[in-house]
Write a protein that binds this ligand. Structure first.
Ligand SMILES: *Cc1c(COP(=O)(O)O)cnc(C)c1O
Length: 434
């Protein structure tokens, strides 16, 4: 009862609360699976920390060159152990996920090599890195590295035949984006990644398989590097930062490849030996320690949102019962008004900047206007509750994050309340939803 009064005070009416309770009772069994994965990953992280004898001395930091920084080395060893790789680079001087991915590409590919992306076109921000779009004179293309891609099948599976047919002598890298990103398809399953890696390596054994693991960490018992990926990267203001890390990126992989990337990150001959951590190692380790639970809360929030909007007749991706390999939930709302109201509701649910009204704007690099709702402790952190949408047909909103399940769920309830307040959803629909 107290909870309901508090929800009322925060702008959620009783009919929405009743629907939420009903929805929640229908997804219990899914939550059990999520909890099992989180429990396993919690122990995996703990094991890596104990094995590397993490102690207070790892929370300090150096100045200047940063030689022999025990905290930095410990963080990187812990990441290697968790992701099952020989080596890792985990640093606040990697400015974002794009930078981490870009370092992997420029560090491992050479003029004359070809990169083959087998999950369709990579994430938007990589287009300029590769030279698919833009006119940067530092793109891979300018350096004589060619690019090809093979789209996924409509059901999200790999088009194995087309992939194998596209591999030829120059093909050096197979590139996989695990998350669906901003496309209407499920994220790629670990099992599918495992099978395709076997198959491409069977065709050409010296291929480098790289995975963009953004939004995918701790979604399953295994990570892509446990099933054959040679190098993988992600952002610390998404899943593995657990909401506590202020900035940074990670790269994990074989020793040989990570060395090459490190020479690109700093310079040849210096590699991983230099680079400050600016006092971030404590929150990197603590955030990693929290991450399995935080990610579980975000997935539960995504499943709740999926079920909630599906019950009201909207198309959702992934569906509530589907396997999850990233934390993103897409909802096809069908009109610009609805997308805008949905995002306003998410913003109004935030702990920070809840009083701000998000509006669509022409973001650099995007073809249509984009609206973004985020009221985060760390700017741009999308493991925190956030939603965004390009203002174009078919008007899909992308919902993700929430540092706790309760908050993620509250975001969904506020989005629905905003749609109701604007009379874009009929109140009768709430009462008859199932
Ligand atoms: C977030 C993300 C990136 C990198 O984005 P940054 O904003 O540069 O951190 C790359 N790929 C995917 C799938 C992502 O979700």
């Amino acid at each position: 009862m107290n909870r309901n009064l508090m929800l009322n005070a925060l702008g959620v009416e009783n009919n929405v609360i009743e629907l939420a309770d009903q929805i929640e009772s229908q997804i219990d069994s899914r939550f059990k699976e999520i909890d099992d994965i989180a429990a396993y990953n919690q122990l995996k992280v703990l094991n890596a920390m104990q094995k590397n004898r993490i102690s207070d001395l790892h929370f300090g930091w150096h100045t200047g060159y940063g030689y022999d920084d025990p905290g930095r080395d410990a963080v990187e060893k812990v990441y290697s152990d968790i992701f099952g790789t020989e080596d890792a680079i985990v640093r606040p001087i990697i400015v974002n996920g794009t930078h981490a991915l870009s370092l992997c590409l420029t560090g491992t590919l050479r003029p004359g090599d070809e990169m083959l992306s087998i999950s369709g076109k990579p994430y938007d921000t990589l287009e300029q890195v590769i030279g698919i779009s833009g006119d940067s004179d530092q793109s891979l293309k300018v350096y004589g590295i060619t690019y090809k891609d093979v789209d996924l099948n409509p059901d999200g599976s790999f088009n194995e035949k087309a992939i194998l047919d596209s591999i030829h002598e120059k093909t050096k890298m197979i590139y996989i984006q695990r998350s669906a990103g901003y496309s209407w398809r499920p994220a790629i399953k670990i099992e599918d990644i495992e099978n395709i890696i076997k198959s491409v390596k069977n065709k050409k054994s010296d291929l480098i398989v790289m995975v963009d693991n953004c939004y995918g960490e701790f979604l399953d018992y295994k990570e892509p590097t446990n099933v054959g990926a040679d190098i993988m990267a992600g952002s610390l203001i998404k899943n593995p930062g657990g909401g506590l890390v202020l900035t940074g990126g990670y790269i994990v992989g074989s020793h040989e490849l990570v060395e090459k990337v490190a020479a690109r990150l700093t310079s040849p001959g210096i590699g991983k030996e230099c680079g400050l951590t600016f006092g971030q190692t404590r929150s990197m380790l603590q955030g990693l320690f929290m991450a399995p639970t935080v990610v579980a809360g975000a997935i539960k929030g995504a499943i709740f949102t999926s079920k909630l909007y599906q019950s009201l007749g909207y198309e959702v991706c992934p569906e509530p019962d589907a396997y999850r390999s990233d934390i993103i939930q897409a909802v096809k709302l069908g009109s610009a008004d609805k997308v805008i109201r949905f995002c306003e509701g998410i913003q109004a649910a935030a702990p920070v900047d809840s009083f701000v009204t998000p509006t669509p704007w022409a973001m650099p690099g995007y073809t249509s206007e984009v609206i973004m709702a985020a009221g985060a402790f760390v700017q741009g952190s999308s493991i925190e509750l956030s939603a965004d949408a390009p203002i174009r047909e078919p008007y899909i909103v992308y919902f993700q994050g929430g540092l706790t399940y309760e908050h993620s769920k509250f975001g969904a309830l506020k989005s629905l309340s905003a749609l109701l307040d604007a009379q874009l959803i009929d109140a009768d629909k709430i009462n008859t939803a199932q």
